[in-house]
Design a protein around this ligand. Structure first.
Ligand code: FES
Length: 322
């Protein structure tokens, strides 16, 4: 994505969804369809203050003329969620990327289990809407600190009860007597052929992955919000950009992204933590030191692409398609 690929949209509606969470409904100013998307997809929101952040699409994929994203006010905000909560208003124009999806839903699974923690419910709510519309078997485990902090609680419960079923299991860990979801116990009683999806705080995802260690990897899906390890900033290698023929040295203490920006090389990025996939570039030569949470184990081993915001190089020269 470069600035020319961005789409201008208007904030048509801004809604309070839960304590500390607002949603934005985004539409083209002139009306008309936006690029199609599937559950699990996210967009980059480029804010008027220049900050870019990635947010999962919440609404049903059948909606063609608008996107909805929900934003949790992060106490450690570096200018993304704080700006959205404090400064954006209905009618404002913002830029967005087209949707990308690193958390795709496999609709062919015989049963799907969605495990949500806090604001991590957003891509999973989109999946639940799709699974219900497609008549597929699903259930959700939705954990939040308390009811007032659980976005989309009422529509999710209603969706889970459609047809008299009981598909949604709620957990509020800060309620009297409340505790964290018992992920090992939940995962242990799920059919081996089912697909499981988890999105939430990093400790929750780590516990989920541990609980799923014995399951077939292709049935276990996670979406991270923040980095799990430090970026590669050892530096000391040469970066060659094949299209321009430019060659720059990535110094110790710098990421590839730092080095490119320092050299006025325009490259797309958003989260800078290896979770959104915006900065993915194709590798032509060299061996990346992968530190992201976007690529699968197989994709890492293939060394065909790299997230330049956080990954480095194990070889003295790295050639990228840029
Ligand atoms: Fe998000 Fe690199 S900017 S993965």
């Amino acid at each position: 994505m470069t600035s020319t690929d961005l789409i201008q949209v208007r904030i048509q509606a801004l809604r309070w969804e839960a304590e500390g969470i607002v949603s934005l409904e985004l539409r083209r100013p002139e009306g008309g369809a936006l690029p199609a998307f599937e559950p699990g997809a996210h967009i980059d929101l480029v804010l008027p203050n220049g900050v870019s952040r990635s947010y999962s699409l919440v609404n049903a994929q059948a909606h063609q003329d608008h996107y909805v994203v929900a934003v949790n006010r992060d106490a450690a905000s570096r200018g993304g969620s704080r700006f959205i909560h404090d400064s954006l208003r209905c009618g404002d124009l913002v830029q967005i990327s087209a949707p990308r999806n690193h958390f795709a839903l496999d609709e062919s699974a015989p049963h799907t289990v969605l495990i949500a923690g806090g604001i991590g419910v957003t891509p999973l709510y989109a999946m639940a809407q799709r699974l219900q519309a497609a008549g597929r078997s699903w259930e959700m485990w939705y954990s939040a600190r308390n009811r007032t902090m659980a976005a989309y609680l009422a529509p999710i419960v209603e969706l889970g009860q459609a047809g008299g079923a009981d598909r949604v299991h709620l957990n509020f860990d800060q309620d009297p007597g409340g505790r964290m979801l018992d992920l090992p116990a939940i995962v242990a009683q799920i059919d081996p052929a089912a697909h499981l999806y988890c999105c939430g705080p990093t400790p929750m995802i780590a516990a989920f992955e541990q609980a799923c260690a014995g399951r077939a990897p292709e049935t276990v899906h996670v979406e991270y919000f923040s980095a799990a390890e430090a970026p590669a900033a050892e530096g000391g290698f040469t970066l060659v950009l094949s299209r321009s023929g430019r060659s720059i040295v990535v110094e110790p203490g710098k990421t590839i992204l730092d080095a490119m920006l320092d050299n006025d090389i325009d490259v797309p990025y958003s989260c800078t933590e290896g979770v959104c996939g915006t900065c993915e570039l194709r590798v032509i030569e060299g061996e990346p030191d992968h530190r992201d949470l976007v690529l699968s184990k197989e994709e890492r081993a293939a060394n065909k692409s790299i997230m330049v915001c956080c990954s480095g190089s194990l070889s003295p020269k790295l050639v990228l398609d840029w």
